[in-house]
Design a protein around this ligand. Sequence first.
Ligand code: J2J
Length: 546
Amino acid sequence: TIDSGPDAPTWPAEFAERYRAAGHWRGETFGSVLAERAAAHPDRIAVVDPAPARRVWTYRELAERSARLAAGFAARGIGKGDRVVVHLPNTGEFVEVVFGLFRIGALPVYALPAHRETEIAYFCSFTEAVAYVIPDRHAGFDHRALASKVKAATPTLRHVFVAGDPGEHTALSDVPCEPDQLPEGPAPDDLAFLQLSGGTTGVPKLIPRTHDDYIYSLRGSDEICGVDEDTRFLVVLPAGHNFPMSSPGWLGTLYAGGTVVLCPRPDPATAFPLVEAERVTMTGMVPPLALLWTEAAAETTADLSSLRLVLVGGAKYSEAAARRLEPALGCRLMQVFGMAEGLVNYTRLDDDEETVVTTQGRPISPDDEIRVVDDEDDDVPDGDFGHLLTRGPYTIRGYWRAPEHNARSFTADGFYRTGDIVRRTPTGHLVVEGRAKDQINRGGEKIAPEEIENIILSHPSVHDVSVVGVADPYLGERSLAYVILRDGAEPLKPPAVKRLVRERGVAAYKVPDLVEFVDAFPQTGIGKVSKKGLRTDATSGRSATP
Ligand code: J2J
């Protein structure tokens, strides 16, 4: 193969030196952190997996079990820098497996439970993954059959490890072995894993995070949220998502020596009894879920009095909904505006109520650089809105193996173009006003319209298509596909368009909620489809076919 340079741009030496000198990057790795915690408090409970039968991992057990897995992975030829797609639900195996991979410097690639064949095949082939880790069945879906197909299509993929009944693959329980000859672990500035971007393009981009940078974001998040060894954090969102992983999330909780409780499903009927039984103190969720929890709290008989703090983020949380959360749940609210690329903003525990309900917080780090600019990249006057650009000690300098995309998504001096439109208050808090990127934020789940448009375009009756977000009182936005049929083509019905997307094997949340057939899209001056025009059209009360 041709050497096409490094997999991703990283921080220039003078920035790395500055971040080390400031004490942000402390030379820790996930392997060293777990070993230290296990030595300091071996018998404290690290992880609780409550369903179907309650299982617990002490810090000693988590360290021992992940070391045995690391040895087993190494014995199967998996080594430093190798990519492993991890597609597990919120179970103890997820935590063991990623710490096993961290220990040998192999890179987890975090798939979400909703992902299906199209996404998984792409992650495996694009990352040249050597292994894929799955449950046997989850939420009515048999992951082994999907794995067989993907394995047959991906030459690099040598192993499929299954938590549960392996079928034709390898049981995860057969992997562990004696960890007496573990290879040397990764360096602190090595990559730790690849996180998925929300995406604006036909396929999601991969986000390379290092031990140094991610651990700094955990330490900063822990400090802001007051996470310590008494924290019991409930993971209600999928554990592979950046928010429940790091803001402060399960990794932040483990960093602080607290207890992580894995919630199999996010609904109040599942989560509330767990809050009571495990005396959960903290959790994080997206706005639609926060609405559900707020409403359900009035009716529940579960004792939620252990809850101290609920973080809400991932999509815009309305001020009205934010005002109702604290009284309903009897705990503090913190808004969080973060991104898997890096920058995370939190309101603070000592912010007044107005700030907590009307802003999306301020950055973790004094070294997070924030610019709010116009279309020409010139700074707007303080307090005006504009595009948010950011650079800092835990914000990537480029996506993994995506040089052309990087040239567009980063400025020449290394600022990440978030695609968010924000305004900065005099206290430095950010208010998210909108979005310039072509993305739909469906209750925190991100959809790249281009990905869905490409699928719909493959239908012979379709001349053109544009997928846009439309306002939705519960989800914030849902997706609408405007379809222009070919002249004289066989007519299509909305369900057929939805089926086409579903049957392509993509996450269910990407299937258009609405489909409308039109003769033409609104045009802009330069003749391109105006997504903004479409959005206004769709939200102005014109009916769309559900
Ligand atoms: C409005 N938009 C928001 C908010 C994210 C913590 C919290 C969230 C994420 C996340 C994360 C928003 N109000 N409060 O990784 O660590 C939108 C923005 C942003 C994009 C990032 C974390 N919080 N958003 O949501 O990588 O558009 O990360 O750029 O999934 O979500 O999406 P993602």
